[in-house]
Design a protein around this ligand. Structure first.
Ligand code: ADP
Ligand code: MG
Length: 460
């Protein structure tokens, strides 16, 4: 028997995390409403609805050699692609991934950009002799996945850091200028021709291969979404309307919050003790940086209130972020009859040893509750966007494809399946026949290169 006190904690969690369709409907409606408010005027909503200055999506005709730099979470990636037009598309693609040392995430701006520029310079050096493009300055699309007030396609000031980043002297600065300066210090002759968010990159790369892609979503360390909006539906858009009549909007939905969100004591404590209290509430409920941490907090409470973990040294259990989302994913998918993987993860990460099978089953249920809530809320967010643009309903016959990138969606099968089935549950069988979700693997990097190509200085 799992001790009653522990069962009570789990029962409370189950109840508070419940996301019946009616509640998700409210979430979707609130999301659509906040989106409209954010488009109406600057500062109109917590959902910032940032104008990306990308007014058309790639169509396949892009040509040339382009670089991309993708900075957003735990790693950054550099990418080099050779684009060869409609028929041949991407003929060559090389990339390198570098993990960002923790101390650089909260140091100063020049150290971070110096580190990035150095890695980029090494990567560019490896291109070697390239007679085809020798006389041209190299161009780069910069994917920077934090809220930026964009001032043109290739400039923007950092509004605030999110996720694990907190570098005070970068806030309010133009991140392209910072990068450009660091590149010059490395003697790297390269032009940043586009600054984009990873959601915009995912949307762009998605639509490069499939013109029905209208929404790009990130479910990785953080969470965010971008979509193609009609320029006429953006009252805050200043100056001349783009010729295409469209504009890509980076929603920054991670900062969405609403009384209809199912928040628990664990979420409230996590938020209060985070680097950005009061902010990114939606992100803290759904993204990969936080799911493991929520589970850890539940396990700690159980350990404080019951003896089912035995006489455990709580040092580990009390360490923030020691249980990561890949760990809860591994436990959640454990198919061994005696839940051996759960036992291993508990022992290795939290020093919880000698658990009964029943206790391990309870741990799996906790992972399930937290992840299910996350996936269902993410689905509700997507439905909110579809509603905003009048798609995904029985009266709309157009195909709508949602491109999703990020390690959480890519690797966490239970999460992915739950998100997809919830989408169908919310929009109904009929409408769901014209709505597809697909993985856009590393779309953010390719998308940046594609947008850089569309804004190349060598285009007539
Ligand atoms: P980023 O969001 O940093 O750009 P990714 O898109 O690769 O990077 O996502 C990385 C995140 O995905 C990790 O922080 C983690 O939360 C989540 N993740 C990675 N692997 C797994 C996994 N096997 N199961 C669940 N989540 C995972
Ligand atoms: Mg990413």
């Amino acid at each position: 028997m799992v001790a009653a006190a522990a069962e009570q904690v789990v029962a409370g969690l189950r109840e508070e995390c419940a996301t019946p369709a009616g509640r998700l409907d409210e979430v979707a409606a609130a999301m659509a409403e906040e989106m409209a408010a954010g488009l109406a005027e600057e500062g109109g909503s917590k959902v910032k609805m940032i104008v990306s200055y990308v007014d058309s999506l790639p169509n396949g005709s892009e040509e040339g050699l382009f670089y991309a730099l993708d900075l957003g979470g735990t790693n950054f990636r550099v990418l080099r692609v050779q684009l060869a037009g409609k028929e041949k598309r991407v003929v060559k693609r090389e990339s390198r991934e570098v993990s960002i040392p923790r101390h650089l995430m909260s140091g100063n701006s020049s150290e971070l950009f110096g580190f990035i520029a150095l890695a980029l310079a090494k990567f560019v050096h490896d291109e070697g002799h390239n007679t085809l493009f020798d006389n041209k300055q190299r161009e780069l699309g910069f994917t920077f996945s934090f809220p930026v007030r964009q001032t043109s396609i290739a400039s923007g000031t950092l509004i605030k850091w999110t996720k694990a980043f907190s570098i005070d002297d970068a806030v309010g600065e133009d991140v392209v200028a910072e990068l450009q300066m660091a590149m010059e210090k490395q003697g790297l002759d390269m032009r940043v021709s586009a600054l984009i968010n990873d959601t915009v990159g995912t949307l762009a790369a998605g639509s490069y291969y499939d013109e029905d892609v209208v929404v790009g979503v990130i479910l990785g360390t953080g969470s965010n979404a971008a979509y193609l909006e009609k320029a006429s539906a953006i009252p805050k858009l200043e100056g001349e309307l783009p010729k295409s009549g469209n504009m890509v909007i980076n929603t920054e939905w991670g900062n969405f919050s609403s009384p209809c969100l199912p928040l628990t004591e664990y979420d409230e404590a996590l938020d209060k003790e985070s680097l950005n209290p009061g902010e990114q509430i939606f992100e803290k409920l759904i993204s990969g940086m936080y799911l493991g941490e929520i589970v850890r907090r539940v396990l700690l409470k159980i350990s404080l209130q019951s003896s089912i973990f035995g006489n455990v040294d709580q040092t580990k259990l009390k360490s923030h972020f020691i249980l990561r989302t890949p760990d809860i994913s591994a436990m959640h998918h454990d198919q061994t009859p005696d839940l051996k993987i759960v036992a291993e993860k508990l022992a290795d990460n939290l020093k919880i040893i000698d658990t009964s099978l029943e206790t391990r089953k309870m741990v799996v249920e906790i992972c399930d509750i937290v992840t299910r809530r996350s996936a269902r809320l993410a689905a509700a967010g997507i439905v909110g966007i579809l509603r905003k643009i009048g798609r995904g309903n029985p009266n709309d016959k157009r195909k709508s494809v949602i491109a999703i990138d990020g390690g959480l969606y890519e690797h966490y099968t239970e999460f992915r399946q739950c998100l997809e089935s919830t989408l169908t549950e919310l929009i109904g069988e009929e409408a769901s026949r014209s709505v597809t979700v697909k993985l856009a693997n590393d779309g953010s990097g390719l998308g940046a290169a594609l947008i850089a190509a569309a804004h190349s200085q060598y285009l007539k």
